[in-house]
Design a protein around this ligand. Structure first.
Ligand code: APR
Length: 232
């Protein structure tokens, strides 16, 4: 039996934009309306826990109310014909909700919480997290999200996944945030790489890059169709 080609998808906030979720750095994005220092750093948590909890409680509600869009669904459909692994910077679960089964989150998951005492992770669902919500060991719970300045625990796993990709699809990310955005350089030189983004995302020194300067809802279906009809 011919070994299935391996497709790796590296996604960011832009793939969820057409599901109605804010990106970070587009005009009107989350960082245009919030100061990162106030809501997405360990210092922010020490300074004003309630402001941080409120920021993620609002994002959790939006994420649960959003629906996967055609880009998520097309990516999920690739699993019928290929080995597919998604590596996402997103904390929403739209890839999973569209049917993708192998999703690695680099920056956390909005439906999970973490104990501030033991770092143990718990499923939490769509409930708010409030000051005074404690883990079984009695420590305050926080969103299971990687804040600026914190380690990205899944980086090594992501690098090993991407190092055996035959095809890499990069979409919805400005590639502004390290170390996450660095993983694209771990894809094999010979792998075919697609970049789908309506803006001018610059990637220097990468081989075999094909750019679709389009929204994910337009570019992803085209690429998925190409892959499913055998034109890698
Ligand atoms: N389809 C595809 N791409 C889109 C769309 C769309 N409909 N709309 C916007 N984009 C693109 C933008 O052009 C931009 O390149 O999505 C990208 C969004 O970039 P960012 O807002 O920087 O989001 P992202 O790259 O995911 O941010 C990475 O930064 O703040 C941290 O932890 C946060 O995971 C996040 C990380």
């Amino acid at each position: 039996m011919r070994k299935q080609k391996k497709i790796v998808v590296f996604s960011g906030a832009g793939i969820s934009a057409e599901s109605g979720l804010d990106t970070f750095r587009d005009s009107g994005g989350l960082w245009a309306n919030h100061n990162v220092e106030d809501v997405a750093t360990p210092n922010a948590w020490i300074k004003n826990k309630n402001l941080v909890l409120d920021f993620y409680n609002k994002r959790r509600k939006h994420a649960f109310n959003a629906k996967p869009n055609i880009a998520h669904h097309c990516i999920a459909s690739l699993e019928d014909s290929f080995e597919v692994q998604i590596i996402t910077q997103n904390i929403d679960k739209l890839h999973e909700r569209s049917g993708s089964s192998n999703v690695l989150h680099l920056h956390g998951e909005i439906d999970m919480v973490k104990s501030t005492g033991t770092n143990k992770i718990y499923k939490h669902g769509n409930k708010d997290v409030l000051n005074g919500d404690l883990c079984p060991d009695g420590h305050q719970l926080r969103p299971h999200v990687v804040w600026f300045g914190e380690d990205v625990p899944n980086m090594n796993k992501a690098m090993s996944i991407i190092s055996s990709a035959d095809v890499l699809i990069i979409t919805g990310t400005s590639l502004n945030v390290f170390p996450a955005s660095n993983i694209i350089f771990y894809a094999p030189k010979m792998s075919v790489k697609y970049l789908i983004d309506p803006s001018n995302v610059r990637i220097k020194d990468i081989d075999n890059l094909i750019v679709y300067k389009e929204k994910a809802s337009v570019g992803i279906p085209k690429i998925v169709d190409k892959l499913l009809t055998g034109n890698l």
